[in-house]
Each structure stands twice: as C-alpha cells, then as structure tokens.
Design a protein. Structure first.
Lengths: 256, 140
C-alpha cells in the first residue's frame, strides 16, 4: 500500500516535472497540482512500442493517451490500405481526446513510430474527469482546436510541398520530440507518414545526405546541420511549432 | 498475429554503375505483387525525381527475392511505354521470346487435342462395356 502511494506521488512529480526531472506531457503540465492529484488515480504509465497501434481508425476510443516521450503519427487510411499522416503527436499532444465532445469512435489511426512512454487513462474515466475538473476540460478543448489547426496545415502541406521538404519537416519535429539529434525512424514509418513508397524515401534521404544535412542508414537518422535542414523544410515546421507554443501559453502554469 | 509469413522482396534503384540499395525489403504475397509494387514505385519516382531535378530516364529498378537473386528489372521509362506514349519496335530478343511462346502454345494445344481424343475413346469404350454388362444382366 505504502509503495503504491509513493509510486503515485513519484508519478505526480514526474508529470509535473518538478521535484524530479523526467519526461512530462506538456498538456498535463498545464494542470494545477490539485487537479493532477485528482486525475492521478486513473493514470497508468505504459510503454508505447514501435509500430504499436494505440488507436484503430473508425473504432471505439477505449483509452486516452498523454505521451511522455516517443512519437506517434495520426494516420488517415484509405480503403486501398494507402495512408498518409495528418498530425504528429508526442509529449506536446494527446491521443483520443476527441471523446470529450462525445466522439465515441476515432476517425484516424494512431501509430507509434518512435517508442517511448505515455500516461493512459480509460476513456470513461477521462470523460468524467473532464466533467469534474474544469481546467482539464479547458486544456483538452484547447488541444482539440490546436489539432484542427495542425491537420489543416498538414493537409495544405501534403498538397503543395515537395517530398524532401516534408521529409525534412518530419525529421525536425522528431528531433524536437526526441530531444536528440539521433532519431530512430524506420524507412517504413517515413514512407507511411509521407504517403510514398520506400524507394522514394531512399531517393529523398540520399539527396539530404549528399547535401550534408543528415546522416542516414537503415532507419537511423542523424541531424548534421540543423540550420540548413530548417531551411530545406517547408514553412509548416515553424507554423506548427508556433501554434503549439501559442496554445500551450494559454495555460502557462499559474501557481495560485 | 497469425498472419501468413510472406516472402520479402528488395527494390534497388540503379543508375549506371551506382545503386541505391534497399536494405530492409518489403513483404509482399507473391511475385506478381512485387511487379505491381515495382511499377507503382517507378511511376511515383518520376514525380519525386523531377522534384529533385534528377533524370528518371536513366534509372532502373532491380527487384530481388529473399535470396538476393534478381527477379526482374524495370527501367523507369517503361512507365511511359505502358501508358502508350512511346511504342518502340519489338527487339529481336522480344520477337524470339514471343515466337517461342507461340510455338509452345501450339504444342500445348496439340497435346490437348490428343488428350481429348484419348478421353473420348476411353469414354466410348466404357459406355460399350456398360451396355454389354446391362445386356448380360437382363433376364431372358
């Protein structure tokens, strides 16, 4: 019992990112400590592994995830099985939050492309927590509107921008989420996100490699020249990064 | 996961002496699926190579099986040929291949005719035996 309690308080420290440095979810960080304490009994820390489907498309939302680390892509899957990403989610996002406004089913598929950890909460508990904790509801609604902005920008990006610019943008997002210039992202993952075949990924990766922007071998990407990689990425990188910042700033931690 | 284990195919991209190796390969149900995949990849590569200001016409896809044996090659220009925009006269090799296929077909057809005749003969023989049996079985 005692170990259970101490584990929980450890977890709170972890999500709050206060007494002990560790991975945090930016939207959980926006909650007050007392709100977090109320939510805490329903949260479970789980590992999310490469290729794991956290949420199937057009299927009931059973759990909501607050990633602490790793990278998840929201994918739209066509009847032919072809797919393309609509948003990239990491510790700066939430998966399955649309349930808060009564969407029983998830529209998109959520796939883990870089493994990590997440805080998981059963969707029924999440919905009632959103009813009880006003700030949580506000946070989730703000994230939902951010997600709409991200998907709109992404749709425009897929339609207008070259593959290499889109690839560069995903590397930058991944680097931000992982917090390291070495990114383990398989060619399959990249090809799914960009909606192209793997040979096309090879061609584009080779170009970026020859320009000295990245090192690339068998699913390991090393960012060699961040400044030039940002130049070769489309404007969407900066647009999305700034929108996330703006949205989170609404909920800057208020100690009162 | 009880999915059937599928064979793995490797799609290398060759330009003259250099080639872009496919290290991981792709799992596909069969050879025909690999051909379709190669063709779709080739079609897609055109637009990506043009975005990258590279010449697609000098590139060829090499498709290998699991044992890294070459299955077939697909020059990227064939995408255009399939679209009917470019029809070259068949090469001597292609002609030889076609006529070999034709004579093989003729042989097979002749074989089928012989087999059909044999079956028909067998059938009439059986019918004959049956009617004889019936004749013998009838009460006199």
């Amino acid at each position: 019992m005692n170990t259970e309690i101490s584990k929980r308080s450890d977890d709170i420290a972890l999500v709050r990112g206060e007494t002990r440095p560790g991975p945090i979810n930016r939207w959980m960080q926006a909650l007050r400590l007392e709100d977090l304490a109320r939510l805490q009994p329903y949260l479970r820390k789980v590992a999310i592994s490469r290729g794991q489907v956290l949420q199937e498309a057009q299927s009931p939302i059973r759990s909501v995830y607050f990633p602490l680390s790793g990278m998840v892509a929201l994918m739209t899957v066509m009847r032919t099985g072809e797919m393309i990403d609509t948003a990239i989610i990491g510790s700066n996002g939430i998966i399955g939050s649309s349930i808060v406004d009564g969407s029983r089913n998830s529209f998109s598929q959520a796939v883990v492309h870089i493994p990590g950890e997440a805080l998981r909460i059963e969707s029924a508990n999440f919905v009632s927590a959103c009813r009880d904790i006003e700030r949580l509801h506000g946070v989730v609604k703000r994230f939902e509107s951010l997600l709409l902005i991200k998907t709109q920008q992404n749709a425009a990006c897929h339609g207008l921008h070259d593959i290499s610019a889109r690839f560069a943008r995903r590397i930058l997002h991944a680097e931000d989420l992982v917090g390291s210039s070495t990114i383990d992202l398989t060619q399959d993952a990249v090809s799914q996100m960009l909606g192209v075949r793997r040979t096309s990924v090879s061609v584009v990766a080779q170009t970026l490699q020859q320009a000295g922007l990245i090192g690339y071998s068998r699913g390991h990407i090393r960012v060699l020249d961040r400044a030039r990689l940002e130049q070769s990425a489309c404007e969407c990188y900066g647009v999305i990064r700034d929108e996330i910042k703006k949205a989170l700033a609404t909920f800057a931690y208020d100690p009162s | 996961m009880d999915a059937k284990i599928m064979p793995r195919f490797y799609f290398h991209l060759q330009r003259g002496a250099e080639s872009l190796q496919d290290e991981d390969g792709t799992e596909l149900p069969h050879w025909e699926a690999a051909y379709l995949h190669a063709f779709e990849s080739a079609r897609e590569l055109w637009s990506i190579l043009l975005e990258e200001r590279q010449d697609p016409t000098v590139l060829t896809l090499l498709v290998m099986d699991e044992d890294r044996q070459l299955l077939f090659t697909l020059p990227l220009v064939e995408v255009l040929e399939a679209a009917g925009r470019r029809r070259e006269k068949p090469t001597l090799e292609a002609k030889a291949e076609a006529s070999a296929l034709l004579s093989k077909n003729r042989e097979l057809r002749a074989y089928i005719v012989v087999q059909t005749q044999a079956v028909q003969e067998q059938l009439s023989h059986t019918l004959d035996l049956l009617s004889r049996l019936r004749d013998r079985g009838e009460p006199t």
